[in-house]
Structure formats: structure tokens, C-alpha cells
Design a protein around this ligand. Structure first.
Ligand code: SF4
Length: 371
């Protein structure tokens, strides 16, 4: 019952083919999906399913699991069957695990062409097995594991090298009439990565999986990913995204969702419009914003809540939002849809905002259900 508020996305999307990762469509105008990867040993089925459940709860739509050993390959069937979201098997060195993953009912398989030895000989068989099972393949080119031939040709993992590698691998599948493919060309440098995806986007119509690889710890990785995805998505490029952080995977999902919301590629949910505070502030804005954010966490309706430190921009912003507070003189003026509904002492600001937010959310949900 969450009402759809029409929003204008940042850009027209690039026209791409559509593939189906389990129930999630990728490309061809489908909403940009958010994915992540488990950090558990895949062979530990219980722990992996537990983490997938947490990822699902945080809004993850597709999950990838690593498959470096036979024990991991053996676990895939149970994980794929019990996971609430489609599972992609991530395979680096062993073609036999690609077959195992397809047989296991994984929603897709990611292969890293630079790493699979004698990949050429196996392509035909992989294409046939994938086609028989309707399993799409992600060609996952990565700067760190670029084909040696291309590394020699270009000297390093340049955008051209990444793109040439990806398109060459795609052509190996195309020879066998297999086009159920999405592609990534990841690099840890957003500038190289942006250029690579732009070139790739111009040269094929496959759906693209965006990622800045080894983006780093949460703060740096968040910024690198936001900047790189923002640059690409604002040109319509990108069909599914994975934020890589050296942090728990649910954090990656939160960041990914926020990036899409910021670009109007997804309905915004709770949005706190809070001022940075300055010498004029008459209230501790940081604390107030944190408390309001914490109090409203998990709210699914698109609610703009303004938290402003003083009366300079305060009333204006608070009026523009669904709900807001402008503080001053130890009091907070509470606004709902542009009207001052009450003035409360500073100590009551947070609870009043939360109370009013709940009322508005309830109303929005009723309106949504009614329409
Ligand atoms: Fe400063 Fe007031 Fe603006 Fe906040 S709203 S930044 S306190 S002038």
C-alpha cells in the first residue's frame, strides 16, 4: 500500500537487452536492481542462508555467493532452493563448478574469463548447459584478473583493455548463439571504471552490472561507488548495481538503495532534510537529526522530514517538507504540510516529530491502499 509518487529519473535509460535473473528482470527498462555478495563460506549452508535472509531484509534483490571449492558447489542446490532472492554463483577458476551451478538451479552464473583456463574449449558446453536451463551468465571482467594477452597488449588494465576483454568473451558465447548475458568491467579507480562502462555501453546492448571493485572501507567505498554509479546512471548506463565495501554486506545494500533513491531511479523513502548547522543554530542539530533518523528508521513511505537549526532557513525548509521542525528560543515549531501545527519545548521535539510522522505515514498508506 505504499503510494507511488511520480518522480523524474535522472536520465533516460540506455536501451539494453533484458535478461531474467530468477524473478528479477535486468536491463530492457527494468528498474535498476541492487545486489550484494555473501561473506560466509558457501559450504556453510546455515550461515550463508542466514546472511541471505539478512540481506533480503535490508532490500537486497539478487545475491551472489562465491564457489571456490567442491564443497561450495555441493551447497549451491540447497542455497538456491531456500534463498528468498535469486542466487548467482561466482566462479573463478573451474569450469566444472559452472556446470554444477547451472545444474543446481542458480539464477545465474558469474564467470571471470581471465581466470578460467582453457575457457575457449569449454564455452560451447557452458553455452549449451546455460541455454538448456535458461541460466544467464555474467561476464565479470575485473582489472585484477585481466586476461594476460590483453594485459600485454595494453600494458595495464585500461578502459579499452577491460572492454576488449568483455566483448571478446561475449563473442565466444555469441558464436554459440548464446546472448543471455550481462557484463561488468570493474576497476578500483572510478575514473577508469566510468570510462570503461561508457565505452562498453556504446559498443553493445547487453545489460550492465555496475561495480567499483575493491572500493575500500565503508566511507571511501561509499563515496567511490556513489560518484562512479552517479556518473554512469546519470547518463542512463547501468542495469544492476553492487556496491563493494569492506563492511558487512547489508551495508552495501543500504548504500546501493540510497544511490538509486538519490537519482530518482527508485521511489525515495524517508528523507531527512537537515541543515549542516552553523553559528546561528539554537539547537544541537546533529543530535536532533540523528534522533529523528533513528526514531523513523524502517519507515517505508516517502516522507520528507526537515530538521532545521534556526529560524533563518528553518521555517522555509520545514514548510517545503511533509513534516518539519524549525527550532529557536528553546522551542520547536512543528510544521505539517506547510502549516505550523504546534510549538513544543525543545525536549519534546523528537517525540512530537515521530508521532506526527506516524500519523502521516498511516494516512499515506490508507490513501495508497484506497487508490
Ligand atoms: Fe545555520 Fe539556521 Fe541554516 Fe541551520 S538553518 S545552517 S542553523 S542558518
Amino acid at each position: 500500500g505504499v503510494p507511488e509518487v511520480p518522480v523524474r529519473p535522472v536520465a533516460e535509460r540506455r536501451v539494453s537487452r533484458q535478461i531474467q535473473v530468477g524473478p528479477v528482470a535486468v536491463g530492457g527498462g527494468a528498474p535498476v536492481s541492487v545486489q550484494s555478495m555473501t561473506t560466509t563460506r558457501t559450504s556453510d549452508i546455515g550461515a550463508t542462508l542466514q546472511q541471505i535472509a539478512e540481506l533480503t531484509a535490508s532490500g537486497c534483490q539478487i545475491v551472489r555467493v562465491a564457489c571456490p571449492t567442491q564443497d561450495d558447489a555441493d551447497a549451491l542446490a540447497t542455497i538456491a532452493r531456500k534463498s528468498q532472492i535469486p542466487v548467482i554463483a561466482d566462479i573463478h577458476f573451474q569450469p566444472k563448478y559452472v556446470f554444477a551451478a547451472i545444474e543446481a538451479g542458480c539464477a545465474a552464473v558469474r564467470v571471470n574469463p581471465g581466470n578460467i583456463k582453457q575457457f575457449d574449449d569449454k564455452v560451447k558446453e557452458i553455452a549449451r548447459a546455460a541455454k538448456d536451463h535458461g541460466t544467464p551468465i555474467r561476464i565479470g571482467v575485473n582489472a585484477g584478473s585481466l586476461d594476460r594477452r590483453l594485459l600485454q597488449k595494453y600494458g595495464k588494465a585500461t578502459p579499452e583493455a577491460l572492454v576488449e576483454s568483455a566483448l571478446w568473451e561475449a563473442s565466444l558465447f555469441e558464436e554459440h548463439d548464446f546472448r543471455d548475458i550481462k557484463i561488468s568491467v570493474k576497476h578500483n579507480d572510478p575514473v577508469v571504471m566510468i570510462e570503461a562502462y561508457q565505452q562498453l555501453a556504446a559498443q553493445c546492448d547487453y545489460p550492465l552490472h555496475l561495480g567499483v571493485t575493491e572500493a575500500g572501507p565503508a566511507f571511501q567505498g561509499t563515496i567511490k561507488s556513489a560518484v562512479a554509479f552517479g556518473a554512469l546512471l546519470s547518463r542512463g548506463i547501468g542495469d544492476t548495481i553492487r556496491v563493494s565495501l569492506s563492511a558487512p554486506p547489508a551495508e552495501e545494500v543500504k548504500v546501493g538503495i540510497q544511490i538509486l533513491e538519490s537519482l530518482n531511479l527508485r521511489q525515495r523513502r524517508l528523507e531527512i532534510v537537515s541543515c549542516p548547522s552553523c553559528g546561528r543554530a539554537q539547537v544541537d542539530v546533529y543530535k536532533l537529526a540523528d534522533e529523528v533518523t533513528a526514531g523513523l528508521e524502517g519507515m517505508e513511505v516517502p516522507l520528507r522530514v526537515a530538521v532545521m537549526g534556526c529560524v533563518v532557513n528553518g521555517p522555509g525548509e520545514a514548510r517545503e517538507a511533509d513534516l518539519g521542525v524549525a527550532s529557536g528560543n528553546g522551542k520547536g515549531q512543528i510544521f505539517v504540510k506547510g502549516e505550523v501545527i504546534k510549538t513544543v519545548p525543545e525536549s519534546k521535539i523528537v517525540e512530537t516529530l515521530i508521532e506526527e510522522a506516524m500519523k502521516i505515514a498511516e494516512q499515506m498508506e490508507q490513501d495508497g491502499a484506497a487508490s
